[in-house]
Design a protein around this ligand. Structure first.
Ligand code: KG4
Ligand code: ZN
Length: 331
């Protein structure tokens, strides 16, 4: 059985084909990063218009790439939320129309469930149950995952998401949108002892996060800086260390709380090498294992939606005949 997956919740149009025996057989992606860069962030109307231009050619391309006939498809999965409403509607309409024409189901997928399951596209794949750390541009969550669809929220950010903190810090340091990858590069030459930024909420006995205070500390360091050009690599490095350290502590707490020893880390920020290393070390020291998606599947993509869609399809969780989208949708 083959399923087509379409992602269009923000600034990436991603389309993929997943085969329940062979795994991922094709994936293509168009990123709008260059288009939004001159505005310093995603412009929703421009995002929707670009998805409209890209989605049909990308569907054609991925079907050809994976040597899949439309008639081989068992269903079409799409990101139904959360995300930008206009952007979501493009993927949803394409998926719903294709499904209707082919007389197969459309499967609405939660974007964060897609991220959460993305490390299962790798070999070796994590096995259930596990603790998942989801760190993206809009969410920071720790989740106990018993099996697909069984998610218990252990903690989340009470203010900024980890990715948002990266993007805002990057902006303060003059790094173009999206800041995460640029900040990572800059941090590589920074001195980790130059600043000590706060590790917020470590004293609280829960799994919640807060990154707003860290952002303020960075802002103060930028204002106090006498030569920002010279000091910005140090700020980037110490900021990254503070985020990574906070994530490590909260993951440790979630693992102790649940008694689990498998950690799955997903979402755009999980592409960060320093964060990957620290969390891998944590799991090694506990005799457990950390799992990540390959870097291109940490950020938004169609492959994770096709995979999550296949799991939902097999569980009989298919959509209605409506074009269902949910801009705000809890996991
Ligand atoms: O998961 P994602 O692609 O989109 C959302 O669902 O939000 O995550 C995007 C976020 C952005 O904030 C971006 O700056 C961050 O992930 N990001 C990174 C890196 N690559 C992307 N943050 C830190 N280091 C990176 N290498
Ligand atoms: Zn995402």
């Amino acid at each position: 059985m083959r399923i087509l997956g379409i992602e269009s919740s923000c600034d990436e149009t991603g389309v993929a084909v997943f085969d329940d025996e062979k795994g991922l057989v094709g994936h293509v992606l168009h990123t709008q990063i260059a288009m939004h860069a001159e505005y310093g962030g995603v412009v929703p109307e421009l995002a929707s218009r670009d998805h409209i231009k890209r989605v049909v050619p990308l569907v054609r391309e991925v079907l050809a790439q994976s040597e899949t006939s439309m008639h081989d498809l068992c269903a079409v999965a799409y990101t139904a939320g959360p995300g930008l409403i206009g952007a979501l509607l493009v993927g949803a309409t394409e998926a719903r129309a294709l499904a209707y024409a082919l007389n197969i189901p459309a499967v609405p997928v939660h974007h964060m469930e897609g991220h959460l399951l993305a490390p299962m596209l790798e070999d070796p794949a994590p096995t259930f149950p596990f603790v998942a750390l989801l760190i993206s541009g809009g969410h920071t969550m720790l989740i106990k995952v018993e099996k697909p669809g069984s998610y218990e929220l252990l903690g989340q950010s009470v203010d900024d998401a980890a990715g948002e903190a990266f993007d805002k810090t990057a902006k303060l340091l003059g790094i173009p949108y999206p800041g995460g990858p640029g900040l990572e590069k800059l941090a590589q030459t920074g001195n980790s002892k130059a600043y000590h930024f706060p590790r917020p909420m470590l004293d609280r006995p829960n799994c919640d996060f807060s990154f707003a205070g860290l952002k303020t500390a960075v802002l103060n360091a930028v204002h106090a800086s006498t030569d920002l050009e010279k000091q910005k690599a140090d700020i980037a490095r110490c900021f990254t260390d503070a985020v990574a350290d906070t994530l490590r502590h909260k993951c440790e707490r979630a693992l102790n709380l649940t008694g689990l020893n498998t950690l799955v880390v997903a979402g755009g920020v999980s592409a960060n090498t320093a964060i990957r290393s620290l969390l891998s070390e944590l799991m090694e020291s506990r005799g457990g294992k950390a799992f990540f998606a390959r870097r291109e599947f940490c950020t938004d993509n169609g492959a994770m939606i096709a995979l999550a869609g296949m799991m939902r399809f097999k569980a009989g969780q298919i959509g209605t005949l409506g074009v269902d989208v949910f801009p705000r949708w809890p996991l």
